[in-house]
Ligand binder design. Structure first.
Ligand code: TRP
Ligand code: ZN
Length: 853
């Protein structure tokens, strides 16, 4: 077998042919679905090269050029046609089988409906084509299918024609006036409930809004459509961007590899990011829907109107669009809480990726399987890079840069460099050194030291930076780091609030006129995606928790306070000493609970004590067994020390209507149940009286830390209540997956046979297997290898069924560098057994070989 080959950014070549128009005529008929694709093709420049089209699993029937049968060869996923024509019409007829397509790429079926997923390279599973984002065509799509089973036939753009045909068939024709790359094509055919609405744009155009959901779910589509209207409004006011078609459709499907897809005028969504009602969806689900609906909508300009030249530029659209959806959530909700969530993703997922075998710059330089690069680095670090530009330029110049970007590039396929050039030209801010953020992988390590001279009243902050080697990349240069700081005096007054331009390897920043030794709040709001090392004392951290101007900085201080005490306990354990938690720390958390000024959502964030996985990210190598004991000890000490205050909060907020208060209440409840089993009745009561999923799940989560008869009874009650509702069952699977007690894995093995579970549905796989590997740190890393074996078996099954999902959930198994040698050996053994299977997908091949090399 030939091994999969990497493609390189440096090898990019402009296309030899352009396809200006594509007419698709699609007849949906199960395993014999026929695709007739008629392209208008132009040779680009003077050359004699043959036309080479991409295709995968296509059953080719005929090829015609200008109406005449043409010779061709089919090899290695390519259709090669030798022709002398300069401009010509190419007609390809082929047959595909959507029913047996479990990869959920190309044309497939979800619960009886046909749908497509073409990003990144899925269009080539529908027909032979120039399946690359720098080939932009105008699409006209005719779909034909049985009318009773598939009353709705949808594609991109505007509906131009429809009618009935013989034999119970009907057809619909769509035309999309905007040229687009093949990855933005979509088709959906099925029977749905339809929720309709309208949005009047600021230039007074009426846009029809439609959300299609599985029958019986109409009442769960209201939040999605409200979120869509909010997004459209926000993009007009904050970014000056208006929608461009007369119709915007969203279809919710249960079988979907990711969150959602921004196909022009016809978004396809995972049901998880559409369906919600109070009883079945949590406050977090509501928030997730708003942000994903926003994300896909914002792609209409950042991604669709201006798209990527090649897939190495993915962050051009994704980093920017994540930044935009984060700003949307922050403008319509709590800025501090949204920032904290984004920081958590960076610190415990992106930092892990950056220090593991898949480390890559936000603009990767080589790729084997593109699906493997829809990563927290490209998306979330990409968004941080955009955010840094926003910090360096300020809102006005940043928006001037956006305007110039659209002015220059509307309708084009461009590069990350084009984006930075527009920002630079519009603002006159030098982004020369800043461009390194696009090419260097790895997390810069920033070390800070300070000195204060009371004879001169000057404070000096010394910063130095170092970016570690990553696979294939050494000797990195210093980066341009916007470093946000606040200096606070002993009374809590703010003395300095400033963003430092930190550009050299080591740099001193001196502040005069500082009357007494200040406390420094460093890297405020995570102003750059770097790791900061600074030796804070407990007193300084408590001071920041009380007085920092930024709410995010208060939270950061609490994380440092908790983390420091954990590492102290680990140290004690390793040296045979008794563990000890400083009483000032307990008092600090008590102070949070008693505070009258902190808002409830922020309190909840502070009291959600740092997870094991994010603690692991703070170290180079971890003694996992000591960490497990130390973390449990520290959590229990804090809970016990705050017992009265926790109980008071839970009682006070028992029947609250606010999402913030619910978050706080449920966080407190979880802590309270660690103090004493006798508090379990509160969770039982809450479960019994809850009229919303947040409280239902809050009760179950609080009970989930131990084995108890109460837990067993409520889990059974939940199962019978929700067994018919897949998204609610996902929460139940995830509770089992995060159960950190003996017997967890045996239970998960049984659940693989549960009537509600299915290996072919990615939501089910993620909630049971993915969540276990990613979030149940101590059970996954069991020394008897049961956790690794469980994941490995599932991955081997998924390799055939759905390679994309298999390669996604393998992440915790390839990030083994920080663990002890014994565990590393077990993890390698698992990876070797995966590498040995027949017909290993490109997706897994790339990740496993990188991990083992
Ligand atoms: N472009 C999509 C987004 O960010 C995500 C996406 C990429 C995707 N590849 C996919 C979605 C495959 C579904 C399947 O919104
Ligand atoms: Zn996106």
């Amino acid at each position: 077998m030939t091994q999969p080959q990497a493609k390189y950014l440096k090898d990019y070549q402009a296309p030899l042919f352009q396809i200006t128009h594509l007419d698709l005529d699609i007849s949906l008929a199960g395993e014999n679905s026929v695709i007739q694709a008629t392209s208008s093709i132009e040779r680009v420049g003077e050359h004699q090269q043959p036309l080479k089209l991409d295709g995968e699993d296509i059953n080719l029937k005929s090829v015609k050029i200008n109406g005449v049968e043409s010779a061709y060869t089919e090899k290695n996923g390519q259709l090669i046609i030798d022709t002398e024509e300069q401009t010509f019409e190419l007609e390809i007829v082929s047959v595909v089988d959507p029913e047996s397509n479990t990869s959920l790429e190309g044309l497939y079926m979800s619960d009886g409906a046909y749908c497509t997923q073409c990003e990144a390279e899925g269009f080539r599973r529908i027909t032979y084509f120039l399946d690359r984002p720098d080939v932009l065509a105008i699409y006209t799509v005719r779909i034909e299918a049985n009318k009773t089973a598939f009353p709705f036939l949808l594609s991109n753009g505007n509906l131009v024609e429809s009618g009935d045909l013989e034999g119970g068939l009907h057809y619909v024709k769509w035309h999309d006036p905007f040229p687009k790359p093949a990855y933005l094509f979509a088709l959906v055919a099925g029977d749905f409930d339809l929720l309709e609405d309208e949005y009047i744009t600021r230039s007074d155009r009426a846009v029809k809004l439609q959300v299609f959901v599985d029958k019986g779910n109409l009442h769960k589509a209201h939040h999605a459509i409200a979120s869509l209207k909010k997004s459209m409004q926000w993009d007009e006011t904050r970014f000056n961007l208006e929608y461009d078609l007369d119709i915007y459709m969203i279809v919710a499907v249960d079988f979907f590899n990711m969150g959602a897809m921004e196909n022009k005028g016809l978004n396809v969504f995972n049901t998880k990011y559409v369906l919600a009602d109070k009883a079945s969806a949590t406050d977090d689900d509501y928030h997730g829907i708003e942000s994903v609906v926003g994300h896909e909508y914002f792609h209409n300009w950042t991604g669709n109107r201006v798209t990527c030249r090649d897939w190495f530029q993915l962050s051009l659209k994704e980093g920017l669009t994540v930044f935009r959806d984060q700003e949307f959530s922050s403008d319509v909700g709590s800025r501090a809480v949204n920032r904290i969530h984004a920081i958590k993703v960076m610190k415990n997922q992106q930092f892990a990726e950056d220090s593991g075998p898949m480390a890559h710059p936000i603009r990767p330089e080589s790729v084997i399987e593109m699906n493997n690069f829809y990563t927290v680095t490209v998306y979330n670090k990409g968004a941080e890079v955009i955010r840094m530009m926003h910090t360096l330029l300020g809102e006005d110049k940043f928006q001037a840069g956006m305007a110039l970007y659209f002015n220059r590039h509307d309708g084009q396929a461009v590069t990350c460099d084009d984006f930075v050039a527009a920002m630079e030209d519009a603002s006159q801010v030098d982004l020369g050194q800043f461009r390194l953020w696009y090419s260097q992988a790895g997390t810069p390590q920033v070390t800070a030291t300070e000195s204060y001279d009371d004879s001169t009243n000057s404070y000096c902050l010394t910063l130095s930076q170092e970016t570690p080697d990553t696979p294939g990349q050494t000797d990195k240069l210093p980066q341009h780091i916007p470093f946000d700081i606040e200096l606070i005096d002993s009374e809590g007054n703010s003395l300095v609030n400033q963003v430092l331009d930190f550009k050299q390897q080591t740099q001193n920043f001196v502040f005069e006129n500082i009357k007494s030794r200040p406390v420094a709040s460093l890297l405020q709001d995570f102003s750059a995606p770097v790791k900061l090392e600074f030796d804070y004392s407990i007193e300084q951290l408590l001071h920041l928790m009380r007085f920092a101007n930024s709410e995010v900085a208060k939270w950061e201080a609490s994380v440092s306070l908790f983390s420091q005490s954990i590492w102290q306990c680990v140290d004690n354990l390793q040296n045979g000493k008794a563990m000890h938690i400083d009483s000032r720390l307990v008092d600090g958390f008590k102070g949070v609970l008693l505070s009258e000024s902190l808002n409830e959502a922020l309190m909840a964030e502070i009291l959600t004590l740092t997870s094991a996985s994010s603690l692991i990210e703070q170290t180079e190598s971890v003694d996992l067994d000591s960490l497990a004991i130390a973390r449990q000890f520290a959590v229990n000490e804090i809970a016990q020390g705050c017992e009265d205050e926790l109980l008071a909060k839970v009682r006070q907020l028992q029947s609250t209507d606010s999402a913030d208060a619910r978050a706080l209440k449920n966080t407190c409840l979880s802590l309270l149940l660690k103090v004493d089993d006798s508090y379990r009745y509160i969770a039982e009561q809450q479960f019994g009286t809850a009229d919303n999923m947040t409280d239902t799940l809050g009760a179950l989560t609080a009970l989930n830390s131990d084995c108890s008869s109460e837990r067993t009874a409520l889990m059974t009650a939940y199962e019978s209540r929700w067994v018919e509702t897949p998204l609610a069952m996902d929460k139940w699977f995830s509770l089992h997956a995060t159960f950190a007690n003996e017997g967890c894995i045996e239970q998960l093995e049984k659940l693989l046979q549960h009537e509600g579970f299915s290996m072919s549905n990615p939501n089910r796989v993620r909630s049971l297997i993915g969540v276990f590997a990613a979030a149940n740190t101590f059970e996954f890393h069991r020394k008897d290898a049961k956790g690794y074996d469980f994941l490995t078996k599932a991955i081997i099954k998924l390799n055939k069924v759905n390679p994309q999902v298999a390669a996604r959930i393998i992440t915790p198994l390839i990030q083994f560098k920080k663990f002890d040698l014994e565990r590393q050996a077990l993890m390698r053994k698992s990876l070797e057994s995966i590498l040995a299977i027949d017909e290993l997908s490109k997706d897994l091949y790339e990740k496993v070989t990188k991990a083992l090399s």
